[in-house]
Design a protein around this ligand. Sequence first.
Ligand SMILES: Cc1cc2nc3c(=O)[nH]c(=O)nc-3n(C[C@H](O)[C@H](O)[C@H](O)COP(=O)(O)OP(=O)(O)OC[C@H]3O[C@@H](n4cnc5c(N)ncnc54)[C@H](O)[C@@H]3O)c2cc1C
Ligand SMILES: NC(=O)c1ccc[n+]([C@@H]2O[C@H](COP(=O)([O-])OP(=O)(O)OC[C@H]3O[C@@H](n4cnc5c(N)ncnc54)[C@H](OP(=O)(O)O)[C@@H]3O)[C@@H](O)[C@H]2O)c1
Length: 691
Amino acid sequence: MGSAVENFPATAPAAGDILPVPREPEVVGISDAREPQVHPALAARIAARYTPKQETWREDRPVKIIVVGAGIGGTTTAVLLSQKVPNSTITVYDRLDNIGGTWAANVYPGARCDVPSHVYQLSFEPNLDWTEYYPKGAEIQQYYERVVAKFGLTDSFRLRHKVLRATWLPEAAQWALEVQNLETRQVFVDTADFFVSSQGRISEPKFPDIPGLADGVFRGRVVHSALWPSDLEYQGRRIAVIGAGASGQQVVCNMLKPAGHVDHYVRTKTWITASLLGDYVESTADAPGGHVYTDEEKRAFHEEPGAYVEFRRDLELRMQRSRRKGASTIGHPDNEQLREKILERILERLDGDEEWLRRITPDYVVGCKRPTPAPGYIEALKTPALSYITEKIVRVDETGLITADNTHRPADIIVAATGFENGYTSRFPVIGADGVDLRDKWGLDSPVGYPESYLGVMAPGYPNYFTVLQAQANAAGGSVPLQAEIAATYIGKLIRKVQSQSYRALEPKQEAADEFNNLIDNYFENKTILGECRSWTKIGFGKGRVVLAWPGSFHHRVRALREPRWEDFNFVRRPGAELNRFEYFGNGLTDLDETGDDIRLTDYLREYSCSSRNATSADVSKDKRRSQVLQAQRTHCQRTQTYIKMLEREVLRLRDSEKTALDRAERLQKQDGSSTGGSRDSGAAAATQRV
Ligand SMILES: Cc1cc2nc3c(=O)[nH]c(=O)nc-3n(C[C@H](O)[C@H](O)[C@H](O)COP(=O)(O)OP(=O)(O)OC[C@H]3O[C@@H](n4cnc5c(N)ncnc54)[C@H](O)[C@@H]3O)c2cc1C
Ligand SMILES: NC(=O)c1ccc[n+]([C@@H]2O[C@H](COP(=O)([O-])OP(=O)(O)OC[C@H]3O[C@@H](n4cnc5c(N)ncnc54)[C@H](OP(=O)(O)O)[C@@H]3O)[C@@H](O)[C@H]2O)c1
């Protein structure tokens, strides 16, 4: 059988050449020479020719997203997805009374953040009016509440609603969540295309398993630091605080004065450091917030935006660089140096008392547990107001606590500052595509015993399920709000993919998740986090599995999540798109072609002035700092323009919808007018003119 091209010249014909007449294609399996059959490959192509449903391609198919958790993770996700996923309906459920998660729950006396206020905020929503250098918990809570309100999302937050169970419905390609209204106790089902879990890694308070405490023998009051009763009177009462993490130390320091005396039960000691950003601004007993911003400073933040950015940049760089050195590597001279520096400062605060220094120095490497600033704690140790007790608590009786040395110490109130249950895997059932509860795969009792996420954001077998600030989600050097922003932005991209093309679900491939997880243990192999201590950041004592952290720096995570690796995903097509992945190509038109306004149709045009601010290579070589500033100005300029464009679009959108409403009103009025025979000056038409 001849080739289809055999009677054509081997070389390209030149102008004026006489070309041979092509032979008829040879017939395969002749039955009737007058009806030549096409080659099977071509026949297959012809048979597969496809016409999608003749609809306009709309990128913004309506989608519903449910977020569980209204902490920093959930609020950031809701805010960013509301901006990044058009035509989305977002509902956020939280069992608490207020937005803010950690900062709504932990209202014990003196609850405060040890990261500077101007860092512990969203990059795109700076608050220029923070009161102190280290913010009080209440101020953080109010900040997130304000952000939610500013983005018009307050009504999307359904507080005092507890999610009990989530189930993936493969036929519907939706998540069904069982939710309990904590006011009415009623349970209802809400469904969504996408489900984001941001339940908090440390949101479920854990009480100590001490005989006599759990079984109600103790006649006084028992409270947990994260479940603080608003009516707790503790002036002049005998207080026992169990737990020496950051919460325990803050509670002790803040109850000391009103109570007069506190017994502090310390099972494991905690490294006490001045500040997490080097010794930049130290919080002290008299100034636990480190520094109170003056009106003048706040005014300068408002009036000099450039200077404010520089101020923030300095803080952010301190945060990034503080984590980059060898200080987090076991045996590294930087870690040793850090330890010496911390000991020196503690000794100073102890007025040189070596005996006390020995008593409170932890026996594990600096960085294994999160250090705490504990302003005022060290200073109180040597006073009669504070009893530092390291003997094991063996039981609690009706009136107090008994330690292993058989000492009974009376107490009116026991404060359990004993941390939280493991929150790296959902605390309620999450049933995936194969009917398996994620807790059975990732829970402490599962065969592996820890979560094996895909990039700290997804789980194979759980389509359209995302997590924010759960396992492997904290990259060294970036604040918690920034980590949430990175994840939410990434999730937005995944949702947009499904929303805009022929898909209804996506999930990471198991092999992709496996290969990501195979990197983790080796990355943390000699890091201080795997020192000989117990911590909520890992599972197990000492060399356990690190669950908190991303295997890399903050910028490493930013870069890794900037663009989704589509090759790592399995997709589920939408009904009707089974035969052709380009079903969404529709009739060849987009909604822009049909309804786009001037600006949207020419979205690719940019104002030249921004790019003219770009640093030249001469600038770069001459003055690095200047080029950085120019670059920052350019970015700022572009962002401003993007923002203006967004506003313009919004105005146009509103104008469109108003016009539609007015047209309709006018039509109705006309109908009304014609039916009554009258001709009225339409208010709607006048309003249209105004627009
Ligand atoms: C006392 C304290 C102080 C801290 N200080 C610092 C600090 O100084 N610096 C720092 O970087 N980090 C600090 N942290 C860590 C802090 O938890 C994180 O920085 C951050 O606030 C976590 O936000 P999140 O949204 O992930 O979780 P959370 O704030 O815990 O929010 C999770 C939310 O999910 C809700 N939820 C859980 N399950 C359900 C359910 N089934 N149904 C409905 N809602 C549910 C919870 O009610 C909660 O509101 C601190 C933590 C604590 C406890
Ligand atoms: N502004 C701040 O700096 C700030 C304030 C509060 C919290 N935080 C953050 O929140 C995280 C959680 O802090 P947290 O203090 O609430 O919890 P945590 O760090 O987990 O500390 C819990 C403490 O309770 C002790 N404990 C638990 N069970 C006990 C028992 N049965 N008997 C005796 N002691 C027991 C633990 O000892 P073992 O170590 O021996 O288990 C530990 O000292 C911190 O890591 C920190 O990141 C920060």
